[in-house]
Ligand binder design. Structure first.
Ligand SMILES: [Fe+2]
Length: 331
């Protein structure tokens, strides 16, 4: 998500490309294909710039991936993949959440985790990822981050099976892929973010920004388009889970779109995906070093008023408080 206009600082082009871009700012999927998380000319929140003074360009940031940490999560996911018994799966997931918690204050923590998740779980074709990335780098980043949240939220909500977690990952990643159309605009994805923060505000936002009919239609249709996208490909181990893409902007009081769901219809696993998609505020800053655990614990959002989503959130916080208690007692 881009910062609001009055908060933006435009970095002078002459100051860009001073240094070679580092691993944390891009990662390679295969061969020459690159996905940037920051790129020349990006508009950066001044607070972030101030914090990293005296940087002049996005290329001057320190590398934001901790390779050791990333490898640690990669190994965990590899082991998880071959476990079969519930006891072992539960134990491994608990270890992963523990490591997520233990390293949260490391400056490179979250991006390292997100990249390990991407390598382990992403099943969206490279071409479609590129399409998404080319449509909007911010949209791609949001997908990359919120789907990593889906892994940690899933695990703390007793979903341990690799394939189920993988489905959570890909569902969260592809929730907004329906936005990637020719009439896409920055305002459309901003409306989606507004809707996530404060249900019902997306359409108002588009009206305020005088969005075109095409943009409004795209916004209202994107849950269905994402649903079609997932249905037409064999991305999911459990294809019936695709329905959650339709519920991304629904609330159980029947409000929301595209259709309004009846109270109680959203299950825990759907809430995992919907909740993870709501964690967008973190993306308003280019703060890869954000202390994600504190962020999660202090998270406040309209959707938390919705029972199933709140239940999922509480279990996530409960897991962290459990590890905090362990830390305090030294066990
Ligand atoms: Fe959306």
């Amino acid at each position: 998500m881009k910062p609001q206009k009055q908060m933006m600082t435009k970095l002078p082009v002459k100051d860009l490309a001073k240094k070679i871009i580092c691993d944390g700012h891009l990662f390679l999927i295969s061969g020459e294909r690159k996905f940037y998380l920051m790129k020349p000319g990006v508009l950066v929140d001044p607070d972030f710039v101030k914090k990293h003074a005296p940087i002049n360009s996005t290329f001057d940031f320190e590398c934001v991936v901790n390779q050791e940490l990333k490898d640690k999560f990669t190994n965990h996911f590899r082991e998880l993949r071959y476990l079969q018994f519930e006891k072992d799966l539960r134990l491994k997931c608990s270890e992963i959440v523990h490591d997520f918690y233990l390293h949260y204050s490391d400056s490179e923590h979250f991006l390292s985790f997100a990249l390990a998740c991407h390598e382990a779980f992403c099943g969206i074709s490279l071409d479609d990822q590129l399409r998404m990335h080319e449509t909007d780098m911010h949209l791609f980043r949001k997908a990359l981050y919120s789907s990593a949240f889906a892994i940690i939220t899933g695990m703390t909500n007793d979903f341990f099976h690799y394939l189920m977690l993988k489905d959570f990952y890909n569902l969260t990643f592809a929730l907004d892929i329906g936005l990637c159309e020719s009439n896409y605009s920055y305002y459309v994805s901003e409306a989606c973010n507004a809707e996530n923060r404060n249900p019902g505000s997306g359409r108002k936002y588009l009206l305020k920004e005088k969005a075109s009919d095409f943009e409004s239609a795209l916004f209202l249709k994107h849950p269905e388009k994402s649903y079609q996208y997932i249905k037409e490909r064999s991305i999911l181990a459990f294809p019936e889970l695709a329905e959650v893409t339709l519920y991304q902007h629904e609330l159980t009081d029947g409000s929301g779109f595209p259709r309004g769901v009846i109270k109680g219809q959203i299950s825990s696993w759907e809430a995992v995906v919907i909740f993870s998609d709501s964690l967008v505020e973190i993306l308003s800053e280019y703060s890869f070093e954000y202390e994600v655990v504190s962020y999660l614990i202090n998270f406040e959002n309209q959707k938390l008023k919705d029972l199933p989503v709140n239940r999922v959130y509480k279990k996530l916080c409960h897991a962290f408080s459990h590890f905090q208690a362990m830390k305090e007692t030294g066990s």
